[in-house]
Ligand binder design. Sequence first.
Ligand code: AMP
Ligand code: ZN
Length: 110
Amino acid sequence: MTDCIFCKIANKEIPSNLVYENESIAAFNDINPCAPVHILVIPKKHVESLNELEDKNLMAELLSGVKEVTKKLGIKDYRTVINTGKGAGQEVFHIHLHIISGRPLNWPPG
Ligand code: AMP
Ligand code: ZN
């Protein structure tokens, strides 16, 4: 999608700090990290949110991406978050999984 910031990152039209990528997904550092490790995993294809994600292979790719990133960073304790919809805090409408780690994380979150 032309006006989507994460499509632009996936297409390398705007820079990001890439941590991992393959044919279908990319992972990069969040620009406004809420923890020492805060990485976003996105599909390269534009999908607005989990509500619009129908492709089960892509679902698997996204979770595999989380495992690739955490393996690469050597982290075993981390939180994975998908905000879906404005009311749940989604601000960028290109689906992304947050990987958050590197500090104590309380549960339940605020
Ligand atoms: P969400 O609230 O779940 O939609 O999360 C959007 C996330 O994208 C936020 O944590 C932002 O800090 C992050 N973000 C927005 N623009 C960029 C960007 N250009 N590069 C990296 N992360 C970004
Ligand atoms: Zn997009």
